[in-house]
Design a protein around this ligand. Structure first.
Ligand SMILES: *Cc1c(COP(=O)(O)O)cnc(C)c1O
Ligand code: SF4
Length: 367
């Protein structure tokens, strides 16, 4: 939608395309949202306490992807506060994945044998309302110091079974370039590290930031992959495709991790358009996550059964390459579970299994 900038503040094309302009003009309170969306002053005041509990931050670019100022728009639902965030709901935890308990050295989470997660900070270009790390938003987490990086690199030198570092955040692509360069260099210097995987929503919410210079930094060490986070086809813009293209041209492999969000993308039609659209941009859909039980984000959860039913509806209808793994994280840091919809119907007396084809035909598979 067309945003309503105050007279004299209308950005020209160069400003709009400049990530620094986008960050400087990001909305930080509901009043600014009212202005940009052209809503009556005070009409969003009822959301102020949710915005006070979980800060609001969104680039004008991302807001402009909404089709209208209706708060049920899938883009607005992902970035504007909702009073449901304040309702305590059973089962919600601030750190449902127990990341803090699995951390042997500062910022590093070592949960699986051959890969670790490294948390670089907590600044993002948009504060997603469903964020897994909402608990951290109040705290300012600075980029890692050289000493902290050296400690993490030492840990990795001693743990030669670790082959991959997931560099996450917050959003690592929002770090100062010098910090990012140091991080890439520190981990790439560990001989047993074979690849880096960046986790970033910048291609979705601030694609202007993906300059050739930034891509060069990301690609400047061990082979790099980037896992991004598109959740809705409205996010698949020409700007996002250009960002993907820049990363690809620097040899960075691209995958996408979506979160299944109630009222945003919980229909087979929406997910199908998202996944096939991602493939068109050379981004492989990797995971569709069921929402974690995070305090302040419980209202986005659909239930695992609903997620499996959606995956089942997509099976066979769209390219197999477009289908991600449906997954969720077990509580207490027990790791990810991937689930497939069940397609086996029964076994005959002689043991022959009978399956349901994607278009609903019962078909035996001879043993
Ligand atoms: C999700 C996650 C990973 C990566 O798991 P993959 O299945 O390889 O994508 C690694 N470490 C932690 C702590 C994670 O939560
Ligand atoms: S970009 Fe990722 S880390 Fe940042 S607010 Fe969104 S979901 Fe959370």
């Amino acid at each position: 939608m067309q945003l309503s900038f105050a007279h004299g503040d209308v950005p020209d094309a160069a400003q709009w395309g400049d990530w620094r302009w986008q960050v400087a003009h990001a909305v930080r309170n509901v009043h600014q949202v009212e202005e940009l969306l052209g809503l009556r002053s005070g009409s969003l005041a009822y959301l102020s306490s949710a915005a006070a509990r979980y800060p609001l931050f969104a680039t004008p670019y991302y807001l402009s992807l909404a089709k209208s100022a209706d708060l049920s728009d899938p883009v607005l639902r992902q970035c504007l506060p909702d009073n449901a965030e304040l309702t305590e709901q059973a089962g919600g935890e601030p750190d449902a994945l127990a990341e803090e308990a699995c951390s042997p050295v500062s910022r590093l989470v070592h949960r699986y044998p051959d890969r670790v997660l490294y948390v670089t900070g907590n600044f993002c270009a948009v504060r997603c309302r469903h964020c897994l790390r909402k608990r951290d938003w109040e705290r300012q987490v600075a980029p890692p110091s050289e000493d902290e990086l050296a400690l993490a690199a030492d840990y990795l030198r001693k743990h030669t079974e670790v082959r991959e570092v997931l560099i996450s955040g917050g959003d690592p692509l929002m770090l100062p370039e010098e910090s990012l360069r140091q991080i890439v260099a520190a981990f790439s210097a560990v001989p047993s590290i074979e690849m880096l995987r960046f986790g970033s929503r910048v291609p979705v919410v601030l694609p202007q930031r993906v300059t050739p210079q930034l891509a060069q930094i990301l690609a400047g060490g061990k082979p790099a992959w980037l896992a991004t986070h598109f959740n809705h086809p409205q996010e698949l813009t020409a700007e996002a495709a250009a960002a993907a293209d820049t990363l690809l041209r620097h040899g960075i492999g691209l995958v996408n991790q979506s979160v299944l969000l109630k009222g945003v993308n919980d229909s087979a039609d929406c997910l199908g358009r998202l996944f096939t659209g991602l493939l068109r941009m050379h981004v492989k859909p990797y995971y569709l996550f069921h929402g974690d039980p995070i305090t302040g984000a419980m209202h986005f959860r659909t239930g695992i059964k609903a997620g499996l039913a959606l995956m089942d509806q997509l099976r066979g209808k769209i390219s197999g390459m477009a289908l991600p793994a449906f997954a969720f994280d077990l509580p207490g840091g027990a790791g990810k579970i991937r689930l497939q919809p069940e397609h086996i119907l029964r076994c005959e007396a002689d043991g022959t299994p009978v399956f349901m084809s994607y278009d609903g035909r019962e078909t035996a598979y001879p043993n």
